[in-house]
Design a protein around this ligand. Structure first.
Ligand code: OOG
Ligand code: MG
Length: 263
């Protein structure tokens, strides 16, 4: 094990990503020039990236999981789950349009969102996550990697706050016990044509398993999931680009339809 200092600091990585997001310009993957940066350093960069949002008045409202399904791991060529932080300006009210011109190259994907009404203690399981969940929603994750060509390694995407851009909620909230979340179907249509279908079990066997993974991961870092937070499961289906004039609809069994239109 080398104990030399990384050739770029977490703060420097965050500074590049903050500028890329602000200026809507793609940045180079830092892993190309700095392959020595490890995952803990990348999470410190993520914290600094998110802290800049909090310093400008946003609130931490929860977390998002990433690369928790084979559909997503295959699409992005990265095989380990990760998490990012969700802040208040990323959320939109159902029906409100999201303006895509604030993004570099947005993509959308289906997820399940969990609203917690209790803190989750480690070790967490599917059962303990469901017991701490007040409501679940169908949701759409609007991703916007700050990296050129939407290409990244695990450390790149961790630092980039799991490509977080914005989130849509579906129109229907349900108690978790009213649904078989691992069987929830999702049909994705691009310009009216069915392009992808999946069930909730695509996410680690059960969407709540990804929330349990996060709770256990955060415990190792001295953090915990809290009552009132929103947790996004990670993509059930692979991402689809949002194109001008195009439409993508996400139909969830029992949780309604979300339509996304590229203006
Ligand atoms: C990385 C973020 C992953 C998910 O649900 O897998 C993610 C990306 O695909 O840009 O949000
Ligand atoms: Mg996602």
């Amino acid at each position: 094990m080398s104990t030399t200092k990384p050739t770029i600091s977490a703060e420097e990585i965050a500074g590049v990503l903050i500028a890329g997001e602000r200026d809507r310009t793609e940045v180079e993957q830092f892993s190309d020039a700095h392959p020595d940066v490890d995952v803990p350093t990348a999470y410190r960069a993520q914290r600094a990236f998110v802290q800049s949002k909090i310093d400008s008045g946003e609130r931490l409202v929860g977390y998002k999981l990433g690369l928790t399904s084979r559909n997503k791991q295959r699409a992005m060529g990265v095989a380990s789950p990760l998490y990012g932080r969700v802040t208040s300006s990323m959320l939109s009210t159902y029906g409100d349009p999201i303006s895509f011109d604030r993004f570099i190259h947005p993509r959308v994907e289906s997820e399940i969102a969990f609203l917690l009404n209790r803190d989750i203690e480690a070790p967490a399981t599917v059962t303990s996550v469901l017991a701490a969940t007040e409501l679940v929603y169908g949701a759409v994750d609007v991703l916007d990697s700050r990296y050129k060509g939407f290409k990244f390694t695990l450390t790149d995407v961790v630092a980039d706050n799991a490509s977080a851009g914005a989130f849509y909620f579906g129109p229907i909230a349900r108690r978790p016990e009213e649904l078989e979340l691992h069987l929830i179907g999702c049909v994705v249509r691009v310009d009216g044509e069915v392009t992808m279908t999946a069930a909730g079990a695509a996410v680690m066997g059960h969407p709540a398993a990804s929330v349990a993974w996060l709770a256990n991961q955060l415990a190792l870092e001295g953090e915990a999931l809290k009552a009132g937070q929103l947790i996004f499961s990670g993509g059930v289906t692979a991402p689809v680009p949002v194109l001008p004039g195009g439409s993508v609809t996400f139909e969830f069994d029992g949780l309604g339809v979300i339509e996304v239109s590229g203006a």
